[in-house]
Design a binder for this molecule. Structure first.
Ligand code: ACM
Ligand code: ZN
Length: 718
């Protein structure tokens, strides 16, 4: 179990102090839909009757600053006579007020005693305003909702190849020439032959930027809501737009040739310090994010200036050039009393001495940094990227890939308790979700991707881990969809899909199918023979047990009608489960799907190749399964996925071979793919062979048809 960052004893003391003000009698647990769930809550009975408009200035509420305890913590007591909110600081009172807003009902405020402190001091959302630009009004709308859920950091990704978004007086061409582009749709523009930035004022151009006055307004609006704005300026990579305006800062000296600053050119450092100087003037928060992710580093290998610097400094690899720039950035920020944050690539080539690391490529960068004594913000892509799909892609607007539905987001614990000791765990400053906007063109779509997933992040960031549970969060999250809508947020209204997960029990030789839905309450009916369920079909109340084969089809029903598309799951406690498998081809180490028997574990890969079930290969697949003895078989199948965005293709064909001795194999047929290699949609194909074979060894060969990956799971043998 994770240790909460704050002393719980202190919080308990505070509770004791306020309980004498409290005249309600504790009653059974009430269901109030508080998000994030407070650290300690004791319900009373009855209400403090008040009008929601009057109560915040009626004198019936006493706000007391006592200067004690966690600066963001508060205690709140509602009795029939009135309300008392106590905190150490204004921020704590502010959070107490947010809780009060959520407590209000038409009957008044329910009697309650709450003692609350955040689990983490950094509770963030990141927003990419470069790939698509969002006006300051939208930023303020988001800040307002963030505050309501006690999120306190907005990471503002202000610069990237999509366009420079921040007025910088010393380098006016950044906004005059590279804040606009020829095409709104980022992908069309990026993939287009004539990708160009165009000057501000060009007719029909897409883009925008924040003036210094805009930023001051945003920062002040955020500060009123106890939110810090974390500016990010990208160094040394992701800077194509800079070189369109100032080509002398990249290795070739030519625009549209590279995304990386020339590290061997002292002008790059002048630029960095000048820009950061103006950034520091605008953004008061002590941390500044300097990017550091995904530098290409190619041009550095042949650039005379970069090579000369490497020789002079005795550097052995170009990674050290990146590290050199980040070290310089840190020295500069420190000289101004500021601190540096960077993406986890800043570990490569040597971490700057006091850098805070944002771990996005999973948790490894964060774990490594915490072990080195550095502070860490966890933001792993496979849990916390909101540009990923939040439901079955075929029901969703086009997204970059991935799959982070809200249940999965909610399951994330930012403290890797198995990898860090108690001291190291203290370096986890907090957690953040990232919304990259390559495929998000407007505010409505942006809000749709961020909400309600941001509510899961709010609770991860605030609520003690031991109080968090999906089943407890689910009804509260459902209740907050109309709350978000009242705030004008175009939230995703949760999926009608059913999540069907499996537990393979090799002792009982059965598979249990467990169903869950985001919607609450959800009346789920199902069949196991592949037919469409109706309200007359069994009602799901407990796991479905499958001893052999089942084709489960399930749907949520409301008022007798199925909602959305039914969910299908083929389940086979098949004869290949846990049989030994040998590979004549290479597995790709990054996608081993948890081990050598992944194809024969009974678990089928889901909607993303990142779910730990799919096995990936950059070669043809050739594997041999040993059934242990000569066996009568009649059906073999293997399922593959395609998602060409990240380079995952169907194989050209799959061949089944069988053998009695493991040496002489007979082909039992070839099944070609039926899916086009230009189809961008996520798709699946099951390559199925029927026959009557007597064999001990089953061999499957999948031939790649395209450069890129093939991904498979599961092989089913009957
Ligand atoms: C990132 O997603 N490139 C930080
Ligand atoms: Zn260079």
């Amino acid at each position: 179990m994770a240790l909460p960052k704050r002393s719980f004893l202190k919080a308990a003391g505070l509770l004791f102090a306020v309980s004498s003000l409290f005249s309600c009698v504790p009653s059974e647990e009430r269901q109030m839909n508080l998000i994030p769930k407070p650290a300690q809550i004791e319900w009373g009975s009855g209400y403090f009757k008040a009008d929601s408009n009057l109560v915040f200035d009626s004198g019936s509420i006493r706000y007391i600053i006592d200067g004690e305890g966690n600066p963001e913590g508060y205690s709140l007591s509602v009795s029939k006579e009135g309300i008392v909110v106590k905190a150490a600081t204004d921020a704590g009172l502010f959070y107490g007020k947010q809780t009060l807003k959520q407590l209000y009902t038409p009957e008044g405020f329910p009697c309650v005693s709450i003692t609350d402190v955040p689990r983490f001091s950094y509770r963030g959302l990141h927003l990419d305003v470069s790939r698509h630009f969002f006006p300051k009004e939208e930023i303020m709308k988001l800040l307002d909702v963030m505050a309501y859920y006690k999120l306190n950091k907005l990471h503002f990704h202000l610069t990237d190849a999509g366009g420079w978004r921040l007025q910088i007086d010393k380098y006016p061409k950044l906004t005059a020439e590279t804040a606009y582009r020829t095409e709104t749709d980022w992908l069309k523009w990026w993939d287009g032959k004539d990708r160009k930035y165009v000057p501000e004022g060009t007719e029909g151009a897409y883009g925008g930027y924040y003036t210094k006055e805009d930023i001051r307004e945003i920062v002040a609006f955020a500060a009123e809501r106890h939110i810090d704005v974390v500016p990010e300026i990208e160094f040394p990579g992701h800077s194509e737009e800079v070189f369109a305006a100032y080509p002398e800062l990249c290795c070739s000296g030519k625009p549209y040739t590279s995304g990386d600053f020339c590290i061997g050119n002292p002008q790059s450092f002048t630029f960095m310090e000048d820009v950061l100087t103006e950034v520091i003037e605008l953004f008061p928060y002590e941390y500044v994010h300097v990017g550091g992710d995904e530098a290409g580093k190619q041009a550095w290998k042949s650039c005379p200036k970069c090579q000369a610097l490497m020789r002079k400094m005795g550097m052995k690899s170009v990674d050290e050039l990146q590290s050199y720039m980040i070290h310089q950035a840190e020295d500069f920020l420190k000289s101004k009393g500021r601190k540096l944050i960077g993406w986890d690539e800043i570990l490569e080539g040597g971490l700057a001495p006091e850098a805070t690391v944002m771990s996005w490529r999973g948790e490894n960068g964060g774990i490594k940094s915490a072990r080195m004594g550095h502070d860490v913000i966890m933001t792993p892509g496979n849990y916390l990227y909101f540009d990923f799909y939040q439901a079955d892609p075929k029901t969703q607007p086009y997204a970059i890939g991935g799959y982070t539905p809200i249940k999965h987001v909610y399951s994330y614990n930012p403290v890797p308790v198995d990898s860090l000791n108690t001291e190291e765990q203290k370096h986890i400053m907090g957690v953040q979700a990232n919304t990259w906007t390559e495929y998000i063109k407007d505010a409505q779509h942006l809000e749709y991707m961020m909400f309600p997933r941001a509510l899961a992040v709010a609770e991860i960031a605030w609520t003690p881990q031991e109080l968090r549970s999906w089943l407890d969060f689910k009804p509260r999250m459902n209740a907050h969809i109309p709350v978000l809508q009242q705030k004008g947020i175009h939230a995703f209204t949760l999926s009608d899909e059913i999540e069907a997960t499996m537990t393979v029990d090799t002792l009982k030789r059965e598979i249990q199918v467990i169903m869950d839905a985001e919607k609450y309450p959800a009346e789920i009916h199902y069949t196991t023979d592949g037919t469409m369920p109706t309200t007359a079909s069994p009602l799901y109340t407990q796991p479905i047990v499958v001893k052999d084969s089942a084709h489960v089809v399930a749907a949520i029903f409301r008022d007798g009608q199925p909602q959305g598309e039914p969910t299908e799951k083929k389940v086979d406690y098949h004869r290949g489960i846990n049989k030994p498998i040998q590979y004549n081809s290479r597995l790709y180490s990054g996608y081993m799907a948890g081990g050598m028997n992944a194809l024969l574990d009974g678990y089928r890969g889901g909607l993303t190749y990142l779910d730990g079930r799919w096995q990936g290969y950059l070669d043809n697949l050739d594997c041999v399964i040993d059934m242990g003895e000569v066996t009568d078989m009649h059906k073999v199948s293997a399922r593959f996925m395609q998602l060409i965005g990240p380079g995952v293709f169907q194989p050209k064909e799959v061949e089944l071979l069988t053998s009695e001795d493991g040496e002489n194999f007979t082909s039992q047929g070839i099944v070609p793919t039926t899916i086009s290699n230009t189809d961008r949609d996520l798709s699946f194909q099951e390559y199925t062979f029927y026959g009557a074979w007597k064999a001990r060894y089953v061999r499957l060969k999948a031939k790649r048809g395209n450069p890129g990956f093939i991904f498979t799971d599961e092989v089913v043998i009957w």
